[in-house]
Ligand binder design. Structure first.
Ligand SMILES: Cc1cc2nc3c(=O)[nH]c(=O)nc-3n(C[C@H](O)[C@H](O)[C@H](O)COP(=O)(O)OP(=O)(O)OC[C@H]3O[C@@H](n4cnc5c(N)ncnc54)[C@H](O)[C@@H]3O)c2cc1C
Length: 291
């Protein structure tokens, strides 16, 4: 199918983009990589009257490190993040997640911020951002800039805290310090498919015990889920296979994932638990190597 007619706007600056968005009202959509938006338009699941293309806004793209944070501009392509040595050194969990997103062609065009703004519950980056307490910066013409933590950013099924007149400009992540190990595990039917279920974690180990634990699951609810009970079990304990099995059970026991063509709720809970155990084990090995 072809998209319904829409007006196309190609701003060159963030101010121009914000003005176009404010003037167009709630019927407008911004476009980043277009990897999700264009199929939605073609299937007529979205019918914006105005599409504001962010690809000409150079300020929205880029990777920087400073003040203990890794900052990634919203329109930075997935592939640029995947190949960035700064990202791999600062937040290895992001570097490990990137190749799991679709295929190279999709990552060459799709953007870091687009994936987070789209908030597909099966996507990798929302779970990574939630696990690491990423901070999202958004801007609007009339209210200026504001920041929102990941726990408030993801509101529900394909729904975030971004308001209709706002553009996501960047996302910041705490840099992983000494003694921190991170890992993501997922199960997908084929390489490049969206995951049926997965888990992202970051563990810090000092003096033989876990001093910080972060764990989030993907595709087990309408938005990524933080495993608070499991995190509390891990902190203060010595890493072991038994501890990880109990944490995995706590992280998945009360989940009520949806059922679809690919997996039942019971399957997602069971495989989710395996993903958690494996991710915790690999994160521990990396934390110990990084001490
Ligand atoms: C075949 C295929 C397989 C895929 N597999 C995976 C996968 O395994 N894992 C995965 O995570 N993703 C997957 N994707 C999605 C891919 O990661 C997309 O790049 C991503 O979902 C959207 O990014 P985009 O830059 O293309 O955004 P767009 O498609 O341009 O936009 C998506 C939505 O986000 C909004 N938006 C975009 N940028 C901003 C911004 N800066 N501020 C406010 N709103 C914004 C748009 O208005 C739109 O509603 C797949 C896509 C395809 C086509």
């Amino acid at each position: 199918m072809k998209p319904p007619p829409f007006e196309y706007v190609a701003p060159k600056t963030l101010d121009e983009a914000l003005a176009a968005l404010a003037d167009a009202g709630e019927d407008a959509k911004v476009m980043a990589g277009g990897q999700s938006l264009i199929p939605l338009l073609s299937l007529r699941l979205a019918r914006p009257t105005v599409v504001i293309d962010l690809n000409g806004v150079a300020d929205l793209s880029g990777i920087s490190v400073g003040d203990g944070l890794l900052r990634i501009g919203a329109t930075t392509r997935h592939r640029a993040v995947e190949r960035s040595p700064e990202v791999a050194a600062a937040v290895p969990l992001i570097a490990e997640a990137m190749p799991l997103i679709g295929h190279v062609a999709i990552r060459s065009r799709g953007t870091f911020g687009g994936s987070l703004a789209h908030a597909d519950p099966a996507a990798e980056l929302p779970a990574v951002a939630l696990a690491l307490d990423a901070v999202f910066t958004m801007a609007s013409r009339d209210r200026g800039e504001r920041t929102v933590g990941a726990a408030e950013f993801f509101e529900g099924f394909f729904t975030t805290a971004i308001q209709p007149d706002e553009i996501l400009t960047s996302v910041s992540f705490p840099i992983a310090g000494d003694g921190t190990g991170q890992a993501i595990e997922e199960v997908a039917r084929r390489h490049g498919d969206y995951a049926m279920v997965g888990a992202a974690t970051s563990l810090t180990i000092s003096g033989g015990t876990i001093s910080d634990a972060r764990l989030a699951l993907l595709n087990v609810d309408e938005k990524p889920v933080r495993a608070g009970e499991a995190e509390a079990m891990l902190v203060g304990a010595a890493p072991s296979a038994d501890l990880f099995a109990r944490a995995a059970e706590a992280a998945t026991r009360d989940l009520e994932p949806s059922s679809d063509l690919h997996a039942t709720p019971a399957y997602r809970r069971k495989v989710g638990s395996v993903c958690v155990r494996r991710a915790l084990q690999r994160a521990t090995e990396r934390a110990e190597a990084n001490a």
